[in-house]
Design a protein around this ligand. Structure first.
Ligand code: PLP
Length: 378
């Protein structure tokens, strides 16, 4: 019996050719030809002023936090159901996290809770498009605008998804992307900062280059470069950019492949889920999702753990996801309490993600589906 992993890195086509080209060019540090090609492809496709590749989504978030010039005590509103980096990047700059619960349908930040969480100290709202399904951006942008608060999208899951016909990642002033191995499009470790508000671009380039104006120097705009601001080493190697470009070029094929995988699960598990009171992903009609993951919501923690164990016995790796951030050791230090985010607390115990990678075959999916259907959570 071959084992089915939860995730597997997959090639899109020209990765080896481009890696060879990068090596033979004699320039494998950052901001070489492949980085420029990725910047161009991302900004043209999304119709945004600029995209900057970074060493990770975590680092793109750290850059965003630096760009905001936060002061200690400034507040940042973040869903409790997200990856630690979404908020840790801001805490590093002295911000206080304000944890927001999620909607029980899309598992995205619940925009209806924002008015009660905003204070005079709120500086930013951080929507995370969970599983690549858009947050309610109309409402979030309207509230942010009214309160003069910056929106920074964590779009780690949502590249090439849309909300009301507009690309995810193009609503906030800044957006973080991830190209980690687990993402639809990947280079192992990598990310990007999308710059939607041009005023942030010049300083973003400086922060990304260790606080220096090296980017301007390379463009011939200054005759030497020097230390001009805070920053760090956030530039991605051109070797990884070469790998990434091979994947980005094939983004439509990758997304189409993942759409088929997602729909296969959804079609073949529907009757079983209904019969067993198991929840399935919900995608509002006005959202075109990014086909990032397929999850099930079991009726209870015990039933979720039992299904993980059952699948494991059959050689299939399924996994849970985020633990509530407000109840983590760090969240508790910021005053988090049980009951603060009841939907997050409940969902986190019940969610299970099925294997999902670009070349998951239909035969393997059929095996996963029949293994799931054998279990009777009720
Ligand atoms: C919502 C979200 N944000 C940020 C990250 C961090 O991404 P990276 O590993 O590229 O730093 C992840 C990682 O999976 C994530 O799920």
């Amino acid at each position: 019996m071959n084992r089915l992993p939860f995730n597997k890195p997959c090639l899109a086509g020209r990765e080896f050719d481009y890696l060879r080209e990068a090596i033979e060019s004699g320039r494998i540090s950052g901001d070489g030809d492949f980085t420029k090609k990725c910047h161009e492809l991302l900004s043209r496709q999304l119709g945004i002023p600029a995209a900057l590749l970074t060493t990770s989504c975590t680092h793109a978030l750290e850059m965003a936090a630096m760009l905001l010039d936060l002061s200690p005590g400034d507040e940042v509103i973040v869903p409790s159901f997200t990856f630690v980096s979404t908020i840790n990047a801001f805490v590093l700059r002295g911000a206080k996290p304000v944890f927001c619960d999620i909607r029980s349908d899309t598992l995205n930040l619940d925009e209806r809770r924002l008015p009660s969480l905003l204070t005079a100290r709120t500086r930013a709202i951080l929507p995370v498009h969970y599983a690549g399904v858009g947050c309610e951006m109309d409402a979030i942008m309207e509230i942010a605008h009214r309160h003069k608060v910056t929106v920074i999208e964590d779009n780690a899951h949502g590249l090439f998804g849309k909300y009301r016909g507009r690309w995810l990642g193009t609503f906030g002033s800044l957006t973080s992307q991830s190209f980690h191995e687990t993402k639809n499009i990947s280079c192992g470790e990598g990310g990007a900062l999308l710059i939607n508000e041009p005023a942030f671009l010049e300083r973003a380039e400086i922060i990304r280059e260790k606080g220096t104006n090296r980017s301007r120097f390379f463009r011939g705009q200054v005759d030497k470069y020097t230390w001009v601001d805070i920053g760090s080493s956030y530039v991605l190697s051109d070797l990884l950019a070469a790998f990434l470009y091979a994947q980005l070029q094939e983004w439509q094929k990758i997304q189409a492949r993942r759409q088929r995988i997602w729909q296969y699960y959804d079609t073949h598990l529907k009757a079983w889920a209904e019969a067993n009171r198991v929840g399935m992903p919900f995608v509002p009609a006005h959202c075109e999702q990014a086909w990032h993951m397929y999850y099930l919501l079991l009726p209870s923690l015990n039933q979720r753990q039992a299904l993980i164990a059952h699948l494991k016995q059959l050689g299939i790796l399924s996994v849970f996801h985020y633990l509530p951030l407000h109840l983590s050791p760090m969240g508790l230090r910021f005053g988090g309490k049980t009951g603060d985010c009841p939907v997050t607390e409940n969902i986190s115990d019940r969610l299970l993600r099925l294997p999902f990678y670009n070349d998951l075959s239909e035969a393997d999916q059929a095996r996963i589906v029949s293994a799931v259907r054998e279990s009777r959570p009720n």
